[in-house]
Design a protein around this ligand. Structure first.
Ligand code: DGL
Length: 267
């Protein structure tokens, strides 16, 4: 039994998709979520910058005495986590392995498409992992960086935004893949719109969801689950950007349960 919180981080609200799964699958756990909105988007930054931001957040979370960290950001998971996992003894979960494993399990025609940020696509980490799992796979990818901005702007339903989403995803109509990895934690927030824009033809894989299944497994095996009946104040939120912006979007996404957000300056 371990009552310490679990730390989460992302560049913005995207990682809340992983947090939401945690609230369902691990309801007794306390959580600390960091959104690095001052440095968003990560997907257009250099590898050095992404590693630097990620390391600062991990240091902050360790100071908060977390028992494990979920890097709920594909970009950081692809670029920074492989190295940072070796620097810290604390268990750190990235989302790439979990997403690739699930996609390999669900594809029927051995053809997988990935949409992600520019930096994640450039890193080819999903492609590498998928090839290791199954050398027969055909893999295509598409950088859909602009979807991050759409999610952070909070307007997912106006006609002009829907039109833009269709335009960004138009290249997906050419692929024969049957499985689509939502390789950025912001994208599951647009699941409905992505399904509509692609005629519901893909099985969608949400790596942020898959990683929480692995986390639960890990905490159970290591006897690190919390027994606490968590009250809502055991979910703490920080942003390096505007607390008002994060609170408005975050509360909406977390089913209107208003969340209190603290400001954080990363050292
Ligand atoms: N949500 C993040 C990801 O999963 C990063 C989006 C961004 O900041 O570009 O990659």
């Amino acid at each position: 039994m371990d009552e310490r919180p679990i730390g989460f981080f992302d560049s913005g609200i995207g990682g809340l998709t992983a947090l939401k799964t945690t609230l369902k699958l691990l309801p007794n756990e306390a959580t600390i979520y960091v959104a690095d909105e001052a440095n968003l988007p990560y997907g257009t930054k250099s590898s050095k910058e992404i590693s630097n931001y990620s390391q600062k957040i991990i240091r902050f979370l360790i100071k908060q005495n977390v028992k494990a960290i979920v890097c709920a950001c594909n970009t950081s998971s692809a670029i920074a986590i492989p190295h940072l996992k070796k620097v810290y003894t604390l268990p750190i979960f990235g989302v790439i392995d979990a997403g690739a494993k699930k996609a390999n399990q669900v594809t029927k025609n051995q053809h997988i498409m990935i949409i992600a940020t520019k930096a994640t696509v450039r890193s080819k980490k999903y492609n590498e992992k998928l090839e290791l799992l199954n050398s027969k796979l055909v893999i295509n990818d598409l950088a859909a960086q602009e979807l991050v901005k759409i999610v952070e702007n909070g307007d997912y339903r106006s006609k002009s935004v829907i039109k833009k989403i269709y335009q960004i995803l138009a290249p997906l109509n050419k692929t024969l893949a049957d499985t689509l990895i939502l390789g950025c934690t912001h994208f599951p927030i647009l699941k409905e719109q992505i399904n509509e824009a692609t005629n519901y033809r893909f099985k969608l894989v949400d790596p942020g969801h898959e990683v929480i299944i692995n986390l639960k497994d890990f905490l159970t095996k290591k006897h690190l689950l919390s027994n606490n009946n968590v009250k809502s104040n055991n979910h703490v939120f920080y942003t390096t950007g505007s607390t008002e912006h994060f609170s408005t979007l975050g509360s909406k996404f977390l089913d209107n349960s208003t969340i209190k957000v603290n400001h954080l300056d990363l050292e």
